[in-house]
Design a protein around this ligand. Structure first.
Ligand SMILES: Cc1cc2nc3c(=O)[nH]c(=O)nc-3n(C[C@H](O)[C@H](O)[C@H](O)COP(=O)(O)OP(=O)(O)OC[C@H]3O[C@@H](n4cnc5c(N)ncnc54)[C@H](O)[C@@H]3O)c2cc1C
Length: 384
């Protein structure tokens, strides 16, 4: 089913080989136990795939965003779930683009070697999800430290990470000229931090997400990324890469659902013929395929613009929305094609259905993407 112009064939083939050791049965077991897929994440780290975007000078493979997208797409296409570790690829970008040379030397080679995990990214708070500038977690300067107080929610993988990027207020929202000012990005070393407590949140899919509480947590000033008060800009600059990579995962999910449904429609016989002979069964599969291919083109376009250093806010947002819609359409179609078996966990369809539902909401919800396009692309008035 691969498109004729499929690229990164070698990368895709080696990711597929690695994923073959982690079949549906493995992911089902993790899902049933709500367990972190450590063996898979370790294999991906050891193979160097998680360091794909780290430049060679820091020990990574220095691959392009398109190659990283191909890696994540193949993981999803194999039936796995890259959400266990995908953030390490794009969180690192904030450090790479805005960190000092000393910070990059200190952390990037260790991340590339798999000795340090940078998997957690704390932006969202209970009272501020879509409205990032409303965050309340504060970092007060005291000598050569910041003192962190507040709470984050939905901080995924915090229990499986050594470092965490935290967005905090270093000056009050009211004191800032613009509401996007006064936010700063700190690298919190979870291994040595005192005053941090982390509580898992149980969700409809196995996602290792948590809430994180900070009570007078001391973070050395040398862990501030870039300039104090400019953190919102640094986070924003990483969002396009994040959206493109998650969109690629959704394309991978859509491919998995389409392949699974196509195979089942051939083998399942009802009224003496394969169900796939009925157009009522064929057409939703063909429609899902068309949506997936269209979304895939948008993902490739967004990645191409990103790599050329062009503005890609519109394309990254459209890619994320179209791909999340395509994966959700394919998921729904796949359940329907399987009839009752779509609900049986041993088919993996219901698990993948639950997993791919997330991308209508996170890391940015569909409404917020439409608002972005209305305002920034079409010039309509800001609605909020
Ligand atoms: C499993 C999971 C993992 C996550 N991982 C992380 C993580 O690692 N780090 C992190 O920082 N965050 C993480 N998030 C948070 C995620 O980014 C937010 O859930 C998301 O941004 C939406 O914010 P919210 O949940 O507060 O929804 P809200 O902002 O409260 O929005 C609720 C609903 O209202 C709609 N809405 C809000 N405002 C408007 C508007 N102006 N116009 C139209 N509709 C609007 C939204 O589209 C949404 O449907 C995760 C979330 C989940 C569920």
């Amino acid at each position: 089913m691969a498109p004729a112009d499929d690229d990164f064939a070698d990368v895709r083939a080696s990711v597929a080989r690695l994923c073959a050791d982690f079949p549906g049965e493995y992911w089902r077991r993790m899902d049933e136990r709500n367990a972190y897929p450590q063996a898979f994440v370790s294999a991906l780290t050891q193979s160097g795939f998680l360091a794909a975007l780290i430049p060679e000078a820091y020990g990574g493979s220095g691959l392009s965003l398109s190659a990283a997208a191909a890696i994540l797409e193949e993981i999803q296409r194999s039936g796995g779930n890259g959400a266990a570790c995908h953030a390490q690829m794009y969180i690192m970008g904030t450090l790479l683009r805005h960190g000092s040379d000393a910070q990059k030397e200190r952390w990037l080679p260790a991340i590339a070697r798999g000795e340090l995990r940078l998997q957690a990214f704390g932006v969202t708070e209970p009272a501020s999800g879509s409205d990032t500038t409303a965050i309340r977690t504060s970092a007060r300067r005291e000598g050569d430290h910041y003192v962190l107080n507040g709470q984050k929610i939905w901080t995924s993988r915090a229990l499986h990470s050594d470092l965490m990027l935290v967005l905090a207020r270093t000056s009050p929202r009211e004191a800032a000229a613009k509401r996007t000012d006064g936010l700063s990005v700190l690298v919190l070393d979870l291994r040595h931090a005192e005053g941090v407590s982390i509580r898992p949140i149980r969700t409809m899919m196995n996602h290792a997400t948590t809430e994180v509480f900070f009570s007078d947590v001391r973070v050395p000033c040398e862990n501030l990324i870039g300039e104090e008060g400019k953190g919102f800009r640094y986070i924003l600059s990483g969002m396009n890469a994040e959206r493109i990579l998650i969109a690629a995962e959704c394309v991978g999910d859509a491919k998995w659902f389409i392949e699974k449904a196509t195979a089942y429609a051939q083998e399942r016989s009802v009224f003496g013929q394969p169900i796939g002979r009925n157009q009522g069964v064929q057409f939703p599969i063909a429609k899902a395929y068309a949506s997936m291919r269209a979304a895939d083109l948008m993902v490739r376009d967004a990645a191409r613009r990103f790599e050329a250093g062009l503005d890609c806010g519109t394309e990254a947002n459209l890619a994320k929305m179209l791909a999340a819609d395509a994966s959700w359409e394919a998921a729904n179609m796949c359940v329907q094609t399987h009839g009752g078996f779509g609900f049986a966990s041993e088919y993996d369809v219901e698990r993948k259905f639950r997993e791919t539902r997330l991308y209508q909401v996170a890391p940015v919800s569909t409404n917020l993407i439409l608002s972005y396009v209305a305002e920034h692309t079409l010039g309509l008035p800001r609605s909020y």
